[in-house]
Ligand binder design. Structure first.
Ligand code: ATP
Length: 190
């Protein structure tokens, strides 16, 4: 069984994330893909994300009806700074024998050697690297293993969406319609 693990802030989830997930399922043949919102990213120490309940609500709306995608709130439940190795160990324990893949956008690749317990992480998962517009393609740094996909490069980011909402600009076409409506109704990112 091939399991994909997709961690991130998802603040908010956008079409770039959904296309990453779709490319990983199609190109690697994942059986299941878990979206795993972080409580607090180690790489965004100064930033206060929207409450986890709101980010999870938007994820549920974005993934409605997608049977291969699931939402895992374990990092939110643990609280504090979220480290990938802790989450990967949980999956290795729960799914012995499964092939584990961790999805990242190409922008995160240079940071990999700085991730907590990098050697243990490199041994436990393979990485699926998805191209992201604006990123010069580089190889996975040793000792990390994995594949780089073609993906559907889309230059959209959560920070861009938050900035657009704050500026009163439309976000239709960048996030699923139900997510745009929930952001509006719950007055997020104003
Ligand atoms: P922010 O703009 O707030 O930094 P983000 O758009 O990068 O957020 P995250 O939730 O931090 O979104 O990203 C989770 C993962 O998804 C990361 O590995 C990131 O590289 C990847 N990702 C996000 N958007 C894209 C995109 N448009 N193309 C490829 N990968 C992406």
């Amino acid at each position: 069984m091939k399991l994909g693990l997709f961690g991130g802030s998802f603040d908010p989830v956008h079409l770039g994330h959904l296309l990453v997930a779709q490319a990983a399922c199609e190109e690697v043949g994942l059986d299941r893909l878990y979206f795993i919102p972080a409580a607090q990213s180690p790489f965004k120490p100064g930033s206060e994300p929207a409450p986890a309940t709101e980010r999870a609500r938007l994820l549920r709306l974005a993934l409605a009806g997608q049977t291969r995608f699931e939402i895992d709130l374990q990092e939110v439940a643990r609280g504090g700074v979220s480290y990938t190795i802790d989450t990967v160990r949980d999956y290795a324990q729960r799914f012995p024998g499964a092939e584990l893949f961790w999805l990242i956008g190409a922008d995160h690749m240079p940071t990999l050697p700085k991730w907590r317990e990098a050697d243990a992480l490199a041994a436990a998962v393979r990485f699926i690297v998805i191209p992201r517009p604006g990123q010069v393609p580089t190889a996975l740094p040793a000792p990390f293993r994995g594949v780089e996909l073609h993906g559907f490069p889309l230059g959209v980011s959560s920070s861009q969406i938050r900035a657009r909402v704050k500026a009163g600009l439309p976000i239709g076409g960048l996030v699923p319609a139900a997510v745009a409506e929930a952001i509006r109704n719950n007055r997020l990112y104003l």
